[in-house]
Design a protein around this ligand. Sequence first.
Ligand code: UT7
Length: 328
Amino acid sequence: MNAVICATGTYVPERRMSNHEFEEYLDTSDEWIVSHTGIRYRHIAADDQAASDLATEAAKKALHRAEIDPAELDMILLATATPDFVGFPGTACIVQDNLGAKNAAAMDLVAGCTGFIYGLETAKGFISSGFAKKVLLIGAEVLSRHVNWQDRNTCVLFGDGAGAAILCADEGPAERGVLYSYIRSLGSGARLLERTAGGSRFPYKQGETDPNDLLLKMDGRKVYNFAVSSLVETIDHLLDYHDLSVDDIKYIIPHQANLRIIEAAAKRKKIPLDRFYVNIQEFANTSAATIPIALAELQGKHMLQEGDLLIAIGFGAGLTYGGNLIRW
Ligand code: UT7
């Protein structure tokens, strides 16, 4: 049974924040941010928008494109590191209610910036087992709520947004959809990218908890090195599995964390940079949402044809990394 991506949708908040806005209050510059990351803009959620709101908008667009009624959905998977509420309730359940997807089970998936990659294989599993015929998979983040706006090492890197894909069971004879996934974790690096307090390890204690410990922290250099080697390792595994060469792949869609990470991996693998789909200049790093936003853009711009082979690759908190080989 194939698990085919039958529609995609995306939503980013209206507010578009340029690098120059940071220059007004931080010791940074547009030149530094562009030359070190490739980022020029990020979109920032309105005060009344939470992750479920962005996710719902992206999902509605995908449902509309596929002409699928929400009641037809069997499962909603929501990859996010920035849920509406800590731990419970799951944000996917809120989206299920917003959509009126009355027959769908719903759960969140926590795998950092690799969440959508893990989600594609999870969705395929629900379809292959016969449990589901239609799975809505969403990556949605409101990172602006969790970055330290005074920390130039991190706040310039992130943005808010959501992307959705609907995976449909397909019994056609040709192998299509999610063909193969290579997904891994490296828990030894768990604390390289974290929000220290507020969980069960360091619970929030009034008057004791440092407010900065509630916000995102990252050892950028170490995560950078991990990111480049993850990209290279994942490309190798996905190509080797089907004995493919990079010439067989229409686009590699990497997690959009830093253009320099993508350039370094391209150089190491001797792959032309234009084979990688890059939109980081507009959206910055939206964690679990970068890959579905890119997929929806590619589809929206009619850049994909049936039969095209794609590789999607994620890496991030956990640490987690990996990718999917997809036939469109
Ligand atoms: O999605 C999750 C995965 N995340 C990632 O993959 C991110 C991985 N890491 C990175 O992309 C890069 O390491 C960063 C973009 C975070 C940092 O770039 P870098 O070239 O590795 O910079 P650095 O950390 O080596 O810092 C170099 C200098 C430092 O100053 P000193 O100590 O040399 O005086 C930083 O304080 O650049 C400084 N710096 C900045 N300067 C101006 C760091 N951020 C900024 C900034 N503006 N925004």
